[in-house]
Design a protein around this ligand. Structure first.
Ligand SMILES: NC(=O)c1ccc[n+]([C@@H]2O[C@H](COP(=O)([O-])OP(=O)(O)OC[C@H]3O[C@@H](n4cnc5c(N)ncnc54)[C@H](O)[C@@H]3O)[C@@H](O)[C@H]2O)c1
Length: 325
């Protein structure tokens, strides 16, 4: 650390640090245990909506004393950005020194957002999926489709990925990448149902919509399966969600807030949040045959669990650019 300077970490720098998914899952485990014990601070994320529609820019602050982490992510999601050749999710994260409040680092947050969301799915799955789960269905073969499988592959004996995307080319590219990167069998399927029925874990990662397209019907998800709703309830018919015995989230208050503003209109009662699962205050899966679900919203806590690890490794490896404060 240098006095009166902060470390700027570009997208390339953050990648070069080489943090592993296993390290990220470990950090999130601690963060959610701390949340379950009430030892974290994380106000609901305020946002602005330039241009209207589904565009957003959110401020996501969190403080995790046990991880000596304090800071904020300023992240935007502009669904039409693909038409400009720009990423949907972009943004920056500021990491502060929790003792003095001084900014330590400004870093790009695209990679962190992609990785921590996959890690949150895997962490939920640790409590809610069958440990022997080996077949994953992915609907929406983009960034989240990749990182969710990467994270699940750390905790589960995965063998096969069934991949569906509205864009055939995206599904084809995805199965090539997945089978190369992770030594898994990956199959592009033509119908959404083929990425649900027969799968132990299902990840839906298409666009987030206030009015769900509700493609996945009651009876598609097998008994004993776990589903991660990365794109909220957009993919799920209300009757299909009602079949689950445990509908979970990462933060109940924030989910209720989303409900107030028009999302999650037809979800079942919330069984537990990830802090309650991580501390054992609420049970995870109790029988091999129950259907379970997690709708993780993505929390500042996830980001602030990861950011100090990146900062410390960047210093160790002499990565990044020091800028005057
Ligand atoms: N919950 C969280 O914590 C969290 C965090 C980050 C992103 N997200 C959400 O995850 C979703 C995916 O993000 P991403 O970065 O992977 O986006 P991306 O643009 O990289 O990929 C999205 C993919 O979904 C496909 N798609 C679109 N509509 C579909 C449909 N109906 N069925 C199947 N595939 C469809 C697209 O062709 C594309 O391949 C977004 O909705 C994003 O808002 C959630």
């Amino acid at each position: 650390m240098k006095s009166n300077q902060l470390l700027y970490l570009s997208q390339k720098d953050v990648l070069a640090v080489g943090l592993t998914m296993a390290e990220i899952i470990d950090a999130l485990t601690v963060a959610f245990q701390e949340k379950g014990k009430g030892l974290t601070e994380m106000p609901p994320k305020p946002g602005i909506h330039p241009g209207g529609g589904d565009n957003f820019i959110h401020a996501m602050p969190a403080y995790i004393p046990a991880l000596k982490s304090a800071g904020v992510k300023w992240v935007s999601g502009f669904p039409e950005n693909y038409q400009r050749g720009l990423p949907y999710i972009t943004g920056l994260l500021i990491l502060n020194d929790p003792e003095s409040g001084i900014p330590l680092s400004v870093m790009d947050c695209i990679w962190i957002t992609a990785m921590r969301t996959g890690a949150a799915t895997a962490l939920s799955a640790r409590y809610l999926a069958r440990p022997e789960s080996s077949v994953v269905g992915v609907l929406g073969c983009g960034v989240q489709g990749q990182t969710n499988v990467e994270a699940l592959n750390v905790l589960f004996p995965l063998e096969k990925v069934m991949a569906y995307d509205v864009n055939d080319e995206a599904a084809k590219r995805y199965v090539e990448e997945i089978s190369t990167r992770f030594d898994l069998e990956a199959v592009a399927v033509a119908k959404p149902r083929d990425a649900v029925t027969g799968c132990d874990i299902v990840v839906t990662a298409g666009p987030i919509l206030k009015e769900p397209h509700a493609t996945i019907q009651a009876g598609w998800l097998d008994g004993g399966a776990f589903a991660s709703l990365v794109d909220f309830d957009s993919y799920w018919h209300a009757d299909a969600m009602q079949e689950t015995t445990k509908f979970c989230t990462d933060d109940t208050q924030q989910l209720l807030h989303y409900k107030d503003v028009g999302y999650f209109k037809k979800i079942p009662p919330i069984h537990a949040d990830l802090g309650e699962l991580a501390t054992g205050q609420k049970p995870g899966r109790e029988t091999p045959n129950e259907k379970t679900m997690a709708a993780n919203l993505g929390l500042a806590l996830d980001d602030m669990a990861v950011a100090p690890l990146i900062f410390r490794k960047a210093i160790e490896k002499d990565i990044g650019t020091w800028l005057p404060l």
